[in-house]
Design a protein around this ligand. Sequence first.
Ligand code: HEM
Length: 404
Amino acid sequence: MAVAADPLDLSAPELVTDPYPTYAGLRAKGGPQYSEQWDVWLVPGYDHCQQVFSSAVNRDSLGQPYLRMLQAEVRRGAGSWRVPEAPALPEGYEDQRAAGRRVNGRALSTEFVDTLWPGFAASCRETAAALAGRGGPVDLVGDYAKPVVTGLLAGLMGVSPQELPVFSAWVDSGYEQDLDEERRRVVAMDIRRLFAQRAVDRLREPKDDFLGYLAANPMREDVKRHLESVLGAALMISMVPHQGLVLSFSTLANALLTRPDQYALLRKESDLVPRAVEEGLRYDSSTQALGRLVREEATIGAARVPAGSLLVLMVGSANRDERQWPDAATFDVTREQRSASRHLGFGHGATSCLGAAMSRKALTYMLAALVEAVAEWAPAGPAEAFPEFMTRGFTALPAELRRP
Ligand code: HEM
């Protein structure tokens, strides 16, 4: 008996180098497709991803750790995988999650966050001008995106200049997949110590900053558990957003490097920068795949997906869905911003990114500073791709810059 070919080999190198032709093939086949090899349901279409994001029972992001597990297995060279049986949700899980989300959301929209922008804008302008004046190739990720984003998030976390090496080692370790285990342990211990001390300081002496807000609101039943939750939030809201910002910037810069006509449009009309940012987030999103565990059997399109399944919401594919955007495969900085912003790069609905507004603003400052300082640019060597199918972007992006 002929066995149908598996819809997608998650270990295929093109999923890291250029996944879009593969995605187009999956979308052409229609609704969710089961992969026997990896025991996951692939959801490549925009509408079906939206349906899952909106489902009260199946929208939860608990599938993310499972998808990360699968990602690690693929990197290890495994040829197949089975999804583990998911534990039942602890009682009160939904309420606790919603409460945590509310606290993080408010902490990210305090006036304190607004105080970070003048310094960040200046740091982008200074760094961009220095790179443009340097002569010779620069790395738009290592020399630009990483240091300015580290500065922004260090400011958010109240990290002092003396503490910056500990913070930098922590965020940098997120890009170093082959980092020695002992070194990774030390880096994690140092940052835990720093954030834990900072949280205790804020409890003793309240301060109107991000960690101060997290420490003050709302106090959990026992102090130890409360401090652990503040620490967890601080660790998460430094490393993961760092990668989100740096890798999103890298794909946007890469799109512009390979489309000089689009860069020229930005130089002529800098008001287009926010549109270019949105289009970059849609066209080549750093978020490529999000995992969702099916808690209750679901009908998605023509497929009946059993409880216990792992759905792979293929955000990178959904963002190129031709039924949502005309010429979806074209990078167009003049695309209407509201149309581009329907992309799913920040997720959607009750689990969507709480840093979306902050990210849009940060990426806009980062690109605007370069557009001001650099008349023309071109690739100056091969880019290094982040080695995951879940997350896309470049860890090195060499470019030749020409001053005005
Ligand atoms: C361009 C950069 C970024 C991208 C692409 C991005 C992407 C995402 C995505 C896709 C999710 C949803 C995950 C899921 O549904 O499973 C998410 C969640 C989240 N993001 Fe971001 N993010 C970015 C930057 C940031 C920043 C700068 C912050 C804060 C400083 C942040 C804070 C959060 C938080 C707290 C959540 C969890 C939301 C919840 O608890 O429901 N993100 N992000």
